[in-house]
Design a protein around this ligand. Sequence first.
Ligand SMILES: *[C@@H]1O[C@H](CO)[C@@H](O)[C@H](O)[C@H]1NC(C)=O
Ligand SMILES: *[C@@H]1O[C@H](CO)[C@@H](O)[C@H](O)[C@H]1NC(C)=O
Length: 160
Amino acid sequence: METLLKRICLVLALCCLFTVDGSSQATKKDHSKTAYPKTPPRPSDCESFEKIDVHLTLQNQLQPEYFEYNVTLHDVPKHQLIRHLELAAEKDKHFKFSATYFAGLGYFIDSINGLFGKWNPDKTYWEILNSHLEQTELGVGSYVPTHGELVTFNFTRSTK
Ligand SMILES: *[C@@H]1O[C@H](CO)[C@@H](O)[C@H](O)[C@H]1NC(C)=O
Ligand SMILES: *[C@@H]1O[C@H](CO)[C@@H](O)[C@H](O)[C@H]1NC(C)=O
């Protein structure tokens, strides 16, 4: 039993090491050849060790003062987008945001660089677009960007 535990720990440690190294692809291949102990490490155990690049574009083309601003994050943990917004604000003092947490629903972006969405009466809000410029179904508290993803925060008006 003790040896089995040791093996699991070793595999886990290796997995996390390789993920940090950015060579998770290679490790995955190796794993398929390896005879696993009965309980292989779950990928989620290593998830937070994975490092990614995320590009953030913040744009308001809707009303003056128009602006567009970019922040690029390198080698940050793969995590929910809200964490990347925090890191962007730490890194770049020209980037600011505020958000409200609604129980059961998650975070909602109130403002970016001082521009607030006004649902009443303007129906304006900050929409989140993925690399394909499609609106993400998940909010900032749940959406996890992929490596190299360009996430756009677009100030827009709801037509509904
Ligand atoms: C921001 O990034 C986008 C996408 O890469 C690019 O098209 C745009 O020119 C950039 N804008 C600024 C102000 O750097
Ligand atoms: C961003 O919002 C503006 C204003 O509502 C809109 O015209 C534009 O199409 C949006 N951009 C994208 C890529 O959806």
